[in-house]
Design a protein around this ligand. Sequence first.
Ligand SMILES: NC(=O)c1ccc[n+]([C@@H]2O[C@H](COP(=O)([O-])OP(=O)(O)OC[C@H]3O[C@@H](n4cnc5c(N)ncnc54)[C@H](O)[C@@H]3O)[C@@H](O)[C@H]2O)c1
Ligand SMILES: [Zn+2]
Ligand SMILES: [Zn+2]
Length: 345
Amino acid sequence: MQALVYNGPGLKNLEDRPKPIVQEPTDAVIRITKTTICGTDLHILKGDVATCQPGTVLGHEGVGIVDAVGSGVATFKPGDRVLISCITACGRCDPCRKRMYSHCTTGGWILGHRIDGTQAEYVRIPYADTSLYPIPQGADEEALVMLSDILPTGFECGVLNGKIEPGSSVAIVGAGPIGLAALLTAQFYSPAEIIMIDLDDNRLAVGKRFGATATVNSADGNAAQQVMKLTDGRGVDTAIEAVGIPATFTLCEDIVAPGGTIANVGVHGIKVDLHLERLWSHNVTITTGLVDTFSIPMLLNTVRSQRIDAKQLITHRFKLGEILQAYDTFGRAADTKALKVIIEA
Ligand SMILES: NC(=O)c1ccc[n+]([C@@H]2O[C@H](COP(=O)([O-])OP(=O)(O)OC[C@H]3O[C@@H](n4cnc5c(N)ncnc54)[C@H](O)[C@@H]3O)[C@@H](O)[C@H]2O)c1
Ligand SMILES: [Zn+2]
Ligand SMILES: [Zn+2]
């Protein structure tokens, strides 16, 4: 079968690989119908993720059809259409029993990282019963690809951790797919203001279309002042960090109102400054987290009932044979205006 293989920093290839087989009774093998590329795949290719060994098939998002199941799989059978979670969960260990699937002692984020992933014709999914979700009849599969990772991440790590409430004020720093997923799902709670902050005017325009009440381009270094002006000097109740660099975390510290929450979503590679000399008296909460994907069933209902239009995030479509071109388009988002690219296997 064809598969996109990580061969070390800067190196990837579309290769011919043996089709995966059931190895454990709890495994399923899925024939991928649609997958996508995540910013995290680009991090791996830059060499930022040392735990990903050369030779690994990339990809942790997608939908497909069950091809084979182990003897211990009770929920799924060959022919079933399924959504693949980016997080593999045994469902039994202590973290799983606390709904912290990302910390599953034998699972977590392993797909396209520690084991072969979804950017291939077939993928082996461990703990199939608790890591796959059935796709309801008639559901739009392209839209559902957004549920493997980005919508749960924006919702769980941004919106839920950020405690967004009706009438509250929100700023989302970073208008990439994750920040935009937070923007779409924040609107479940009817906040009064959602300010989108980014350096890229195209992404800010998308944010406006997706429901942001205001946008701020932070390129001039005055984003904090602009947010303060937009909130009559109060700051925001929730500041969501969806970039993953020190400057954007600092910006969240600068704009969070007393009593507010900074919900960090971004993956940080280096330390950031915590300004307790200013924040010690401000009753501020800071949250962190890796997505658990416990919200997939709920989000699936909201996509099906068109409470959110997940398909808006899709900008480009490719065949698996064109995946190198898809990576190029996704990797040059500022030029190509790419958000999520769909790859049809
Ligand atoms: N916590 C989790 O479980 C989890 C899961 C998935 C992704 N992530 C992380 O979320 C972050 C966002 O992911 P994404 O796919 O949307 O990434 P992305 O790179 O597509 O988007 C980041 C956005 O930030 C903007 N940006 C960069 N520097 C900026 C600055 N100084 N000020 C304002 N905006 C700036 C960019 O223009 C871009 O639009 C990444 O760090 C990613 O690794 C976290
Ligand atoms: Zn991802
Ligand atoms: Zn577990």
